[in-house]
Design a protein around this ligand. Structure first.
Ligand code: ZN
Length: 312
């Protein structure tokens, strides 16, 4: 924890991203939003609690994944009708066997109109095996799933996104992906500043660094000069709360929500409850929390957005 414990004056305000639903069902927490109306209401509540960004997956009324991009567009409209939070849909993990540019096409279609243009989309800079280990049963599941992201397709995707006004978040599941991000920056393929998320994995998911301080530090050790990076941490299938203070003190940003982990040890919290807890920890650390407009500036999106997308 020591390496992360280096609170510096003048660091950026904290950007909190609410990861509200992913493809989670409601058995572990009944507050997972599914319908466009529920997602928009949850986004508004998270914004009021202190989040600057909302990440969501479109869902059917029964919770099944909703692949129709028109529904995603409707959700973006619904969110923007009620709040200024930055919107960040998925890039289609369910379509992981398609080439990346095909996965990107629905985002490009949404980006054609300012009303539905996402503020941010994610890009995984590696090809993780989507497998889980159940230590109690000593059994693997998902052993045949790979999220395929070849580097040449990633570069084509980055270049395509540059002209759309959609911000890019680089997801790093392991140190090899962090090294790839640094190499693409060195090759002037990724422009500064780079929005970077360390994608830790817990709950038996094997592809990421574990959801521990050491899991974060291994990435940070490779980035001694963090000036170009606006780095955040998320923990798929694990709690972010034990890590939050160290990340906040080190200048990182926090991404969490009941889409990643149900937080049953807290009862049945809402996404807004979790955001409020991160705000409380940040204030106890003496760090302010960014509004969506401030997040846009910190992430270097302002020139893109104001030039191409006069969203009020
Ligand atoms: Zn997601």
């Amino acid at each position: 924890m020591d390496k992360l414990n280096m609170n510096k004056p003048g660091m950026d305000k904290l950007i909190i991203s609410a990861r509200i639903n992913e493809y989670e069902m409601r058995d572990g927490n009944p507050n997972v939003p599914w319908s466009p109306g529920e997602i928009a209401a949850d986004a508004k509540a998270c914004r009021e609690a202190g989040a600057a960004i909302v990440h969501f997956h479109a869902r059917k009324p029964d919770g099944a994944p909703e692949p129709d991009p028109r529904v995603c567009g409707q959700i973006i409209r619904n969110i923007r009708d009620s709040t200024d939070i930055l919107v960040y849909p998925t890039l289609g993990v369910l379509a992981r066997k398609l080439p990346i540019l095909q996965r990107l096409q629905p985002v490009l279609d949404l980006a054609a109109s300012p009303a539905t243009r996402p503020d941010i989309v994610p890009l995984c800079l590696s090809s993780p095996n989507w497998d889980f280990y159940d230590a109690d049963r000593q059994a693997l599941r998902g052993a045949d799933h790979v999220y395929l992201n070849p580097t040449d397709e990633l570069i084509a995707c980055i270049e395509t996104l540059r002209s759309t006004g959609v911000g890019l978040e680089c997801l790093s599941w392991e140190i090899g992906a962090t090294r790839r991000i640094a190499a693409l920056r060195d090759a002037a393929i990724l422009p500064d500043p780079i929005m970077l998320a360390f994608h830790l994995t817990s709950g038996g998911m094997l592809a990421g660094h574990p959801g521990t301080a050491e899991g974060v530090e291994t990435h940070l050790d490779f980035l001694p000069d963090r000036g170009p990076y606006r780095w955040a941490v998320m923990n798929l299938h694990g709690s972010m709360l034990p890590l939050a203070e160290a990340i906040i003190r080190a200048g990182g940003h926090v991404q969490l929500g009941i889409g990643d982990y149900h937080y049953r040890e807290l009862g049945a919290p809402t996404n807004a409850d979790l955001v409020r807890e991160i705000v409380r920890i940040a204030h106890a650390c003496g760090r302010e929390v960014a509004t969506p407009d401030e997040a846009r500036r910190i992430l270097g999106f302002s020139s893109i957005s104001t030039a191409k997308d006069p969203i009020a």
